[in-house]
Design a protein around this ligand. Structure first.
Ligand code: ARG
Length: 458
């Protein structure tokens, strides 16, 4: 039908189902703000190069601001027959200001328009995500500082390995999140380039000034190649890949919080406001926030695969397939933002149960390596020391006692090199304090690492 902006060459109306099937307005209306911002910059540039008069530009800008006000006031009627956010807004502009509204699309196509809108949208969302990430990182640093002296068992294979400080463990998470932040900022560089001017695929015959439009929109530069400009979705894939890694980190984090709040570990307390109960079992307090974040990692991983698959066979340049880029991208943004918000709110509220952590660290022969190192310092070869300590542990297992609970005589059955100074290294405090180097678990190293981390941030 000729009411479609592209209806001129068509002789029958779009099939009713096809109209709904091909429309994206239900989900791409979220881009309205960036679509209007892009259009205002485009009109400003067109006037500067003489394609529009100043008066036409002013009418268009006023009209677009009016459309935006209508959308934000909930007065806007989105129409499926106008397919997408771009044609809905353009039609509303023309309703408002008449024929001048029809000049806005000069030298532009929805292909470069949508690519520009998504980049503007994603740039803003990356900045919001970076803020939430920052809040979480600061919360982790504060908690790590408070817990610098708290001793817990460190694990490998989820078996007690060596004592570590809780602060040190928290800083491991912090490091993962630092890398996630760096990846997001690196991705932002490739998001922040401007496709506008590529038009449908080949560029346009008007004397456009792409540098001007890029400046007006805060892009670092215009893109180089018009075909690439309308078909490139690498930036969205890259974002989803960074997001998938970030969610993977939050998921590992979640797994530990779930374990640690269980009665079997009982290492930490999560305040009630981050937990929910059971409708049947009155005693339950479930760590729903970490569980849900762990679960949501699945959908973000899925979105990454969706976008990779969406792109894998597309010939140049724009294809309608690309309309499918939005829902995975939007849901990734929403999921990451929500998960980070929940974590940034929750982390400062974690309370350690240090007595339980201590008992657990003590129970698992976690200072066995310290005893081996002690023997090496007395002149025993490491492999022999390993064997000696292994036998001591076997004795302890049989007796139901930790190394530090044995008498000197009992320990000396395994090696003459053991003297009464051995008890200094068998304590949990001695063990963590001895790992006193850059990156080690000693409380002073944790405090120093927190200071370095804070100094490297704003
Ligand atoms: N709704 C479309 C999208 O999301 C906008 C571009 C459509 N261009 C076209 N020639 N059909 O990609």
């Amino acid at each position: 039908s000729s009411e479609k902006p592209w209806g001129g060459r068509f002789s029958e109306p779009t099939d009713a189902f096809v109209e709904r099937f091909t429309a994206s307005v239900d989900f791409d209306q979220r881009l309205y703000h960036h679509d209007i911002t892009g259009s205002i910059a485009h009109a400003t540039m067109l006037a500067k190069v003489g394609v529009l008069t100043d008066d036409e530009r002013d009418q268009i800008i006023e009209g677009l601001k009016g459309v935006k006000a209508d959308i934000e006031a909930g007065r806007f009627e989105w129409s499926v027959s106008l397919e997408d956010v771009h044609m809905n807004i353009e039609a509303a502009l023309t309703d408002r200001i008449g024929i001048t509204g029809k000049k806005l699309h000069t030298g532009r196509s929805r292909n470069d328009q949508v690519a520009t809108d998504i980049r503007l949208y994603l740039r803003d969302e990356i900045d919001v995500i970076a803020e939430e990430l920052n809040r979480l990182q600061n919360g982790l640093l504060d908690l790590a500082e408070r817990e610098a002296d708290t001793i817990m068992p460190g694990f490998t294979h989820l078996q007690t390995a060596q004592p570590v400080t809780f602060g040190h463990h928290l800083l491991a998470w912090y490091e993962m999140l630092v890398r996630d932040g760096e990846r997001l900022q690196d991705c932002r560089k490739r998001v922040n380039v401007m496709p506008l001017g590529a038009a449908a695929l080949a560029g346009t015959t008007y004397p456009i000034d792409r540098n001007l439009t890029a400046d007006l929109l805060g892009f670092d530069r215009p893109t180089e190649n018009s075909l690439d400009s309308v078909s490139d979705r690498d930036f969205a894939i890259e974002f989803c890949s960074s997001a998938a890694l970030l969610m993977t980190h939050l998921s590992r984090f979640s797994e530990e919080l779930v374990l640690w709040t269980s009665a079997q570990f009982d290492f930490i307390d999560l305040p009630d406001r981050f937990c929910t109960g059971s409708s049947i079992m009155p005693q339950k307090k479930n760590p729903d926030v970490p569980e849900l974040v762990r679960g949501k990692t699945g959908r973000v991983n899925g979105h990454l695969i969706s976008l990779l698959t969406l792109m894998k066979s597309q010939p140049l340049a724009y294809n309608k397939d690309n309309q499918e880029d939005k829902e995975p991208l939007f849901d990734t943004v929403d999921t990451v933002k929500g998960s980070l918000k929940a974590y940034a709110d929750m982390i400062p509220a974690i309370r350690s149960k240090s007595a339980n952590m201590r008992v657990a660290a003590k129970n698992g022969f976690s200072t066995a390596t310290d005893l081996a190192d002690y023997l090496v310092k007395k002149g025993v070869a490491f492999r022999d020391a390993h064997e000696i300590v292994g036998k001591s542990v076997a004795f302890g297992v049989a007796e139901g006692r930790d190394l530090s609970d044995m008498t000197l005589e009992e320990l000396q059955q395994f090696s003459d090199y053991i003297t009464d100074d051995v008890f200094d290294v068998l304590t949990l405090e001695g063990s963590v304090q001895a790992r006193d180097h850059l990156g080690g678990t000693a409380p002073d190293q944790v405090r120093a690492a927190v200071q370095r981390a804070r100094a490297g941030r704003k």
